[in-house]
Design a protein around this ligand. Structure first.
Ligand code: PRP
Length: 183
């Protein structure tokens, strides 16, 4: 049974439930920032945000990392306007920053099938980083194809279509400060 949350940002669209509140996300992002800070005692750290979905998570996360770092972005697209991952990953923007010799932390909003990350990590590994790790806010744990572990993880996610805090449906709902299930 769908319910309509009284939030003008939803324009009356029914969402099933709030999965993660703004407060829960903020607390976990703070913890992740602490873990990441402790995990990189030395060396150059490049935080690579995978657009567009990671833009809010990345901006909150880097402010909780208490060590020098650089930020750049990747743009890939795997979903169209539907709710099922197509598996077609296109690289639309390549980071201009030098990757060789740096600790690379790839920041992703959600790991679903894992196809996006598998493809990107193969590509990034070929550029000889000092280390290459994934930080994902959400993980559905259905990714049979993902050959790389998620070193830093915010939350296990239900296998539902999630929106908010950067996640979209047909480019809508990215600006919600919480994460909700649309189904
Ligand atoms: C979504 C999401 C992840 C990816 C996860 O991105 O933000 O990047 O799909 O799916 P996967 O694990 O099945 O590959 P999308 O392509 O919708 O682009 P967006 O980040 O611009 O929303």
């Amino acid at each position: 049974m769908n319910t309509t949350i009284a939030d003008p940002r939803l324009s009356g669209r029914a969402v099933r439930r709030v999965v993660l509140t703004e407060e829960a996300i903020a607390k976990r992002v703070c913890e992740l920032g602490g873990d990441i800070t402790a995990s990189y005692p030395e060396g150059e750290l490049l935080v690579l945000g995978l657009l567009k979905g990671s833009f809010i998570f990345l901006s909150d996360l880097v402010r909780q990392i208490r060590r020098p770092l650089q930020v750049d972005f990747l743009v890939a697209a795997s979903y169209g306007d539907g709710v099922v991952s197509s598996g077609n990953v296109r690289l639309l923007y390549d980071p201009e920053t030098e990757l060789a010799g740096k600790h690379i932390l790839l920041v992703e909003d959600i790991v679903d099938t894992g196809r996006t990350l598998s493809r990107l990590l193969d590509l990034l590994q070929a550029r000889n980083p000092r280390s290459l790790e994934i930080c994902a806010l959400l993980h559905k744990h259905v990714a049979s194809e993902l050959r790389y572990p998620t070193r830093f993880l915010g939350f296990d996610a239900p296998n539902e279509f999630l929106v908010g805090y950067g996640l979209d449906h047909a480019e809508n709902f990215r600006h919600l400060p919480y994460i909700a299930s649309l189904q």
